[in-house]
Design a binder for this molecule. Structure first.
Ligand SMILES: [Zn+2]
Length: 129
């Protein structure tokens, strides 16, 4: 990955990424917090709520693509009840809890590395992406 940095237009923060076609673009695991794909929104019982996507994910050398939406502008999905939202939150917490150190990550931990958080996972293979 390049070490370049983009300025996030919606909050003025700087984050490692690139600008592609005028849009902040991040790798699969390196999107800034506060953004989610449509699928991640749905997993939290949310929907974009009429906002346009503000950034994009590109991975597998640009062959895979996903739009990123702002979580702070997302709305509860019309179909989700409070009970559904509570159980979604619990399920999300399990998926975000590192199996090694027990910390809760701000993102869902992938199953392929045994649901370890990034610091635990990278201390095992010792190489940074
Ligand atoms: Zn960990």
């Amino acid at each position: 990955m390049s070490a370049r940095v983009v300025r996030l237009p919606w909050n003025g923060q700087f984050w490692p990424g690139r600008v592609v076609d005028g849009v902040p673009t991040f790798g699969f695991r390196s999107a800034p917090p506060g953004l989610a794909t449509r699928r991640q929104l749905r997993e939290r019982g949310l929907c974009p709520g009429g906002q346009d996507w503000v950034a994009q994910l590109k991975w597998r050398r640009g062959r895979r693509w996903a739009a990123l939406y702002r979580l702070d502008l997302a709305q509860p999905s019309p179909g989700a009840t409070t009970a559904q939202l509570v159980s979604l939150e619990k399920a999300q917490r399990v998926l975000r809890t590192c199996t090694e150190c027990g910390r809760i990550a701000p993102y869902r931990l992938p199953r392929f590395n045994g649901r370890r958080c990034w610091p635990c996972d990278s201390s095992h293979d010792g190489e940074a992406a």
